[in-house]
Design a protein around this ligand. Structure first.
Ligand code: PAP
Length: 314
């Protein structure tokens, strides 16, 4: 097992020390999540037909899970029976490192409701070797750094029950710029998948949150094709894509009772209120938080990290 005493560790001052991250194998995470990832890494054996839904936290995971689930189950449920209406998207597609045992249990028992779609926040280089060698398809979502930083700040502040006036945003900003964030450094997370998508375009698809917001329809079509569930011409004519876009929209999902007042309690978790996964979903909310100096600093940092990679990310 991992000896946490020997690892670099960091307790966030803006979270009043209520959350400690450890750096292990190049990325930061809580002790529990590192331990779970360690087990999954050693034992997980995917089927080549599995699809991995990957992301760094706060980049659009909930949305991508909802869309994937809606695409794959579109002929299974009608407008009133879709589980997305009564279940938070995180329960529709489990997280490999946390729900590993449940995934294995469902697989062994041939659970007919179990879909071969598995989510992870693990960086590409920390994926179980079996995922890469089995040529599973991987869909990765990423988002502009500044909105991720704000989303991260608000999520953890609320999850750790620290009032906004007491959670210093400047401290959260400095920490993020040092690479210290859940599954961070953020730039390393993106670059790992970016490089993989260049080397293995048939297996790794990158989707950008802002592009999806601008043009959800064509991105949903692209996603469906990539995961092997393309829309037929009839479906397109019938407006199935538009239906899925609407079903999974922030406006729709965030207005559902389950996502307003439900609690997501996967194995080993104390429970997270579903509403924490749905905040504003705005492109550019960061402008309300960043000073000019902060904007300049993070843009420079990202330019420096992205230099020579071909990826532009602010
Ligand atoms: P997670 O890593 O905890 O699962 P994730 O879903 O990746 O979080 O990111 C949450 C962000 O996606 C939130 O952004 P915000 O803080 O800037 O508001 C959340 O509002 C946004 N989000 C959730 N659902 C949707 C959706 N259906 N469409 C667009 N954005 C969404």
């Amino acid at each position: 097992m991992i000896n946490f005493k020997t690892l670099p560790q960091h307790s966030s001052s803006w979270l009043k020390g209520r959350y400690t991250l450890y750096k292990y194998k190049g990325f930061w995470n809580s002790q529990k999540f590192h331990e779970w990832a360690f087990v999954a890494h050693k034992t997980f054996k995917p089927n080549p037909s599995d699809v991995i839904i990957s992301s760094c936290p706060k980049t659009g995971t909930t949305w991508l899970k909802a869309l994937t689930f809606a695409i794959v189950t579109r002929n299974k449920f009608d407008e009133s029976s879709n589980p997305l209406l009564t279940t938070v998207p995180h329960e529709c597609i489990p997280l490999l490192e946390r729900e590993f045992e449940q995934i294995e249990y469902n697989r062994i028992n041939n659970n007919p409701d179990f879909l071969p779609f598995i989510a992870t926040h693990l960086p590409y280089n920390s994926l179980p070797e079996s995922v890469v060698s089995s040529n599973c398809k991987i869909v990765y979502i990423y988002r502009n750094t500044k909105d991720v930083l704000v989303s991260n700040y608000q999520f953890f502040r609320k999850a750790c029950k620290v009032a906004e006036e007491e959670a210093c945003f400047e401290d959260a900003f400095d920490e993020f710029c040092q690479g210290i964030s859940w599954y961070g450094p953020y730039w390393d997370h993106i670059l790992g998948y970016w490089k993989a998508s260049l080397e293995r375009p048939q297996e790794v698809l990158l989707m950008k949150y802002e592009d999806m917001k601008r043009d959800a329809r064509s991105n949903v079509k692209r996603l469906a094709e990539f995961i092997g569930h393309p829309f037929t011409i009839e479906e397109e004519k019938e407006g199935v894509i538009e239906y899925i876009v609407k079903l999974c929209s922030f406006e729709n999902l965030s207005s559902l009772r389950v996502n307003k007042s439900g609690v997501h309690s996967p194995v080993g978790s104390n429970g997270v209120e579903n509403q924490l996964y749905f905040r504003k979903a705005e492109d550019g909310d960061w402008e309300k938080y960043f000073t000019d100096e902060m904007k300049e600093k993070i843009d420079e940092l990202m330019d420096q990290k992205m230099e020579g990679t071909g990826l532009v990310l602010k």
